[in-house]
Design a protein around this ligand. Structure first.
Ligand SMILES: *Cc1c(COP(=O)(O)O)cnc(C)c1O
Length: 378
């Protein structure tokens, strides 16, 4: 069976973990953590990066930094992972779900404005498959209504957006705050891991405190205060040096990982074009001004029935292809607290989207087996 994903390891992870252990600093915020953070700040143009133990944790930090409280509303796309909403629900927010675009599973930027009310405290956007939302539209809404933007950039490492003004910016460097994931299913990974990007530096002093259990430890180590103590809310959001050392090995290999993923993506895209058009299946769209980081290659079937038989067909050919999110607005948990209007495009992707295997070590012969097997489906 060709699996949907095999997490890639470079071979250097153990060596760096051993170094971390030998250094005697194994808890968080040591030299590997600092190396990773400085790397992402420089490469992605993030003002300040803090490693976290997951993207979910980074989103929870965002909810604390934005003082989300009972009665506040937070706008979140429905077609996303649970964490994009959960981090804010935990603080008591009411989630106002936004629908996807008709031509792309990402949020429909033109429908956000009508969801804004006097209670809206934040807008969360998700760059689905690492493909940028229209950040010019999103950031101008933010300015017009003075509402902060959080980018859920979990899938968006090394992906970019070209603004109307012509600036090429990394995803995760545009919103006030952003969250990345290094879960084993993402392009670069450390098992479980994440990163909080702070692009509006007003959030930085509190972020450092929230990151380290509500203490001003960071200030103490910079010599800015002569003792450290409990000054705010927070939790233990920072990963150990073991994880940061693992991640450093992945960072070193990032360019070759990305190059191979893009090659595989392009083979799929080129070879499946004609077949897909013939049976009314859509291939992924790269929206205007967005780049492609080859996080995902998906098909959009014409209906649930076609997707179900395609999954079965591929399984019979030894291939694991999997669908993706079930819209959050229609989830059991959300419907128990709130019965919203229905969101047709989110429902459409829930029923019709199918993801193909895409990982660094996917063998050439397997790629062609997947393509030939798809072509045998009509
Ligand atoms: C993977 C993912 C997450 C969760 O990331 P973790 O690091 O597992 O917490 C959140 N949002 C999106 C869009 C994701 O793809």
């Amino acid at each position: 069976m060709i699996p949907f994903n095999i997490p890639y390891t470079t071979g250097k992870e153990l060596q760096y973990i051993q170094k971390a252990i030998q250094s005697g600093h194994i808890s968080g915020n040591g030299s590997y953590t600092k190396m990773c953070q400085e790397y992402f700040e420089a490469r992605l143009g993030i003002r300040k990066a803090l490693l976290t133990t997951s993207c979910t944790d980074a989103l929870e930090m965002c909810a604390l930094l934005l003082n989300i409280d009972k009665g506040d509303e937070v706008i979140v796309p429905s077609y996303t992972f649970v964490s994009s909403a959960l981090a804010f629900v935990r603080q008591g927010a009411k989630i106002i779900f936004a629908d996807s675009r008709g031509d792309h599973p990402g949020v429909d930027e033109d429908q956000i404005e009508q969801l804004i009310s006097s209670k809206t405290k934040a807008i969360i956007i998700v760059h689905y498959a690492g493909v940028a939302c229209d950040m010019d539209k999103i950031m101008s809404l933010s300015e017009k209504y003075h509402i902060p933007i959080v980018e859920d950039a979990a899938q968006s490492i090394d992906s970019f957006y070209v603004s109307k003004a012509g600036d090429r910016k990394a995803l995760g460097s545009i919103g006030h705050l952003a969250a990345f994931s290094f879960h084993e299913t993402k392009n670069i990974q450390c098992g479980e891991g994440g990163l909080l990007a702070i692009n509006d530096l007003r959030f930085l002093p509190r972020a450092e405190i929230i990151w380290e259990k509500g203490t001003n430890r960071a200030k103490f180590f910079r010599g800015e205060v002569n003792k450290y103590g409990w000054v705010d809310t927070g939790s233990s959001f920072l990963p150990s040096e073991i994880l940061a050392a693992f991640l450093w090995a992945q960072i070193e290999a990032m360019d070759s990982i990305q190059q191979r993923r893009k090659e595989i993506w392009n083979i799929y895209n080129r070879e499946l074009l004609e077949w897909a058009a013939g049976i009314n299946v859509k291939l992924p769209k790269i929206t205007d001004n967005a780049s492609n980081n080859a996080h995902m290659f998906y098909l959009i079937c014409s209906d649930l029935e076609q997707r179900t038989s395609l999954i079965r067909h591929l399984k019979n050919h030894g291939i694991m292809a999997v669908f993706h999110y079930q819209s959050l607005h229609a989830s059991e948990y959300y419907r128990s607290i709130n019965k919203d209007r229905d969101l047709n495009n989110a429902n459409y992707y829930s029923s019709c989207l199918l993801r193909l295997p895409l990982y660094f070590s996917l063998k050439e012969e397997d790629i062609w087996h997947i393509i030939d097997s798809l072509k045998a489906f009509s």
